[in-house]
Write a protein that binds this ligand. Structure first.
Ligand code: CA
Length: 384
């Protein structure tokens, strides 16, 4: 099964090269036109430092929308850096998170020594440049960004002292840090005039787009988060399989550990059909690529970490070559379905044959996704 074309490593080499060359071209094109403004240039340089993968997908977007989304992303990244700084006193953190949306209107504001990583500390130290770029955006998009920023900050603040206990808490937390981002992006797509405004009534599937990505990352980052002293796995799930959250790191290959991992992945997979519905809804080819690439990458990650005890020991990532190939090939709904079909087969091959409820649920979820592929409206649709 691993010999199929999607997972062939040889084919990844030209993909890697093409992507590398292509990204250089893009940067040159943009330098002359939109990156003339120093602040915006700072934003794109920083985006490259804080998230290579997001910097790659944002290049799919038309210039003005791409610029707005870049600023939106950095504002959210700054919020996340405050949230992730475990040395920041909790009261100060809560205050900062709640008030952060107002900072975007305070020219010259920045803060030093806050953030969990060097590049995040630098972002907050130079936040005045992000503010200037934000102030250069049209008012409609400023309001969208501010509204989402206020809600994300408030949601993060609510969880500074609270544990994620129930699956409901987990969904609520993921809604605040990722679902709202999906909702904000949908509004920006409409505001650009490139997508229909009936998207406004699609908050549920916009939310799922964020949740699928966030939950996949939360499962993948188990070890990193454990080492950093934070944990997002809901207690109601992991407590079924262990008495302490670090039990899984101590016994990674234990049956209960792998079952817990797969239970968490099943929870992420429940959002997959909504994500397909969202992608199906898009009509602009560039926006489609921007949205579909992270989804396909998340599915590839999920595929890699399913039944994989390495998650409890280290940070498991998909190969760069595979990522490059997915970025280049994700151009239409047909391509997404083609790749998903291969990935579902891989997940299926990893399901243990003993009759446990977690495996049964995975089988059921994969069946639902496949039924969605067979939906005629999905098959006949081609991105113009
Ligand atoms: Ca965070």
């Amino acid at each position: 099964m691993l010999n199929n074309s999607l997972f062939s490593r040889l084919e990844e080499i030209p993909a890697l090269l093409k992507l590398k060359l292509g990204s250089k071209d893009y940067y040159k094109n943009n330098n002359s036109e939109t990156l003339t403004c120093d602040n915006l240039r700072y934003c794109f340089d920083t985006l490259n430092k804080v998230s290579r993968s997001f910097a790659t997908v944002i290049k799919q977007l038309p210039n003005e929308l791409g610029n707005n989304v870049c600023v939106f992303y950095l504002i959210l990244r700054a919020l996340d850096s405050i949230e992730d700084d475990m040395n920041l006193p909790k009261e100060l953190k809560i205050k900062l998170l709640r008030e952060f949306h107002k900072k975007n209107y305070e020219s010259g504001w920045n803060i030093s020594g806050v953030g969990d990583k060097k590049e995040h500390v630098e972002l907050l130290e130079n936040y005045d440049k992000v503010i200037q770029s934000f102030l250069a955006i049209d008012q409609k998009n400023q309001l969208i960004i501010t509204d989402i920023c206020r809600k994300v900050g408030a949601g993060m603040a609510n969880f500074v002292k609270a544990e994620i206990e129930s699956v409901e808490d987990y969904n609520l937390y993921c809604h605040h840090v990722a679902g709202l981002v999906g909702i904000g992006l949908s509004r920006m797509f409409i505001s650009s005039g490139l997508e229909n405004d009936d998207f406004l009534n699609q908050d549920e599937i916009s939310n799922s787009m964020g949740l699928f990505l966030q939950k996949t990352n939360i499962v993948r980052d188990y070890r990193e988060d454990l080492d950093e002293g934070r944990m997002f796995w809901p207690k109601d799930i992991w407590h079924v399989y262990g008495s302490k959250i670090n039990d899984f790191a101590i016994n990674p290959t234990h049956d209960q550990s792998v079952l817990c991992l797969n239970h968490m992945l099943n929870n992420a997979l429940t959002h997959a059909t909504d994500c397909l519905a969202y992608l199906k809804h898009l009509r602009n080819e560039n926006i489609f690529k921007f949205c579909a690439i992270p989804q396909v990458m998340a599915m590839a990650t999920l595929c890699k970490i399913y039944s994989n005890p390495d998650v409890f020991i280290k940070n498991v990532k998909i190969r760069k070559g595979l990522a490059a190939k997915l970025i280049l090939n994700t151009t239409s709904m047909d391509e997404v379905i083609k790749v998903y079909k291969d990935m579902l087969l891989v997940i299926e091959s990893k399901i243990s044959s003993d009759n446990n409820p977690v495996s049964a649920e995975t089988i059921q979820l994969l069946k639902q996704i496949r039924e969605y592929f067979n939906d005629e409206t999905l098959i006949v649709r081609k991105i113009a």
